[in-house]
Design a protein around this ligand. Structure first.
Ligand code: PHE
Length: 356
């Protein structure tokens, strides 16, 4: 019996040392210590032994079992370490190599610029709000203080939905002002980027274009805040210390007073530089929310006030990235997109940089 145990031990130890990989090692383990393993079978004979033999044999069998377990564990560690080493070599990445071309394609400048705008206003505490592209006359006009039959309704070259004259393709994102103010109590601080539609088409106008609306309603915000907010935005967006802004008196039915905002620039035959020079370019409309609009959404204008603005996303994208023709935005030309597009999965932030 003693010999049997020793032979078994030596056999198994030899097999353990010889196991070249983890799978073989596991087979060795099962053959020795598994349910039908050699040592297990031997231990099973204990019961039929005379008691005086049983004790000594049992003890020795246990010593063998421990020796085998230790050997198995050690061998496993060695094999695992070798395995890891092999994978580290095989799967190593040389971070100094140039990147592979992007299999993900490029982000459209409108997507990129929308993300940039959201990042900047998010830093100022504005949430993103949304509304439907097809909206009704109430949200697009009436609640925004466009009087019935007023020429301002035509000013927008509205697309109406056939057979449903109360439905329109929204002509501006100001619809979301109304939706926001009707959805819950003030204060409000939102921006609403999205698609807008007007029946108009040339190098700087497209029947579908993008706007971002801004709305801030509380009890103490005045036009000075509006100005500061837009100045901070423009400096951040055009990535300059400051950008000169010019507020021109204007008219919108839903703001009073109203202004159109130009940014300072220098235009030459070859280039356009934003933020310096003596030329001006219009980029947005804005004003203090009209008391009649506040009343239309059930707010008391004696208590609540605030500002709103609406900016053309495509327009500021063209200015910032030097894209000359708006129509190219919507032609889905891959060569254009490769040239003007942006690296995906690289979200703009105000601290790490807006564009890459
Ligand atoms: N909705 C206006 C437009 O499309 C822009 C605007 C928004 C003006 C908010 C003032 C306040 O022209």
């Amino acid at each position: 019996m003693g010999d049997q145990l020793e032979t078994l031990r030596d056999d198994v130890l030899e097999a353990v040392e010889g196991a070249a990989d983890l799978r073989t090692l596991d087979e060795v383990r099962v053959q020795a210590l598994g349910k039908k393993g050699r040592l297990t079978e031997v231990m099973r004979t204990l019961g039929s032994m005379p008691p005086e033999e049983r004790r000594g044999f049992g003890q020795r069998a246990n010593v063998v079992k421990e020796a085998l377990e230790t050997a198995l564990a050690e061998r496993r560690q060695t094999l695992e370490a070798a395995d890891l080493e092999r994978r580290l070599v095989a799967e190593g990445i040389d971070v100094t190599l140039p990147p592979r071309p992007q299999p993900l394609g490029r982000l459209h400048p409108v997507t990129q610029v929308t993300e940039e705008i959201i990042a900047i206003f998010a830093d100022m505490g504005f949430a993103v709000a949304e509304g439907p592209d097809i909206d009704d006359d109430f949200h697009n006009f009436t609640a925004l203080n466009f009087p019935p039959e007023h020429p301002a309704r035509e000013m927008h070259d509205t697309f109406f939905v056939e057979g449903q004259p109360e439905l329109v393709l929204r002509t501006h994102t100001s619809t979301v002002q109304i939706r926001t103010m009707m959805a819950g109590p003030p204060p409000h601080r939102i921006i609403a980027p999205g698609r807008t539609y007007r029946c108009d088409s040339d190098a700087t106008h497209s029947p579908m274009f993008h706007q971002v609306e801004g709305l801030l309603i509380d009890q103490h915000t005045h036009m000075g805040h509006l100005k500061g907010c837009l100045e901070d935005f423009c400096a951040a967006f055009f990535e300059r210390d400051s950008v000169p802004l010019r507020f021109r008196p204007s008219f919108f039915p839903f703001t009073e007073p109203s202004a159109e905002v130009d940014i300072g620039c220098r235009r030459t035959k070859r280039e356009l530089v934003i933020g310096e020079g003596s030329d001006w370019l219009e980029i947005l409309g804005c004003g203090m929310v009209h008391p009649a609009v506040l009343e239309n959404v059930g707010l008391d204008p004696a208590v609540w006030q605030g500002f709103a603005f609406g900016m053309g996303i495509d327009r500021v994208a063209m200015l910032k990235y030097g894209i000359p023709d708006l129509r190219t935005f919507f032609e889905a030309d891959l060569r254009w997109l490769r040239h003007y597009g942006f690296v995906p999965l690289d979200l703009p932030t105000t601290y790490a940089g807006l564009a890459r």
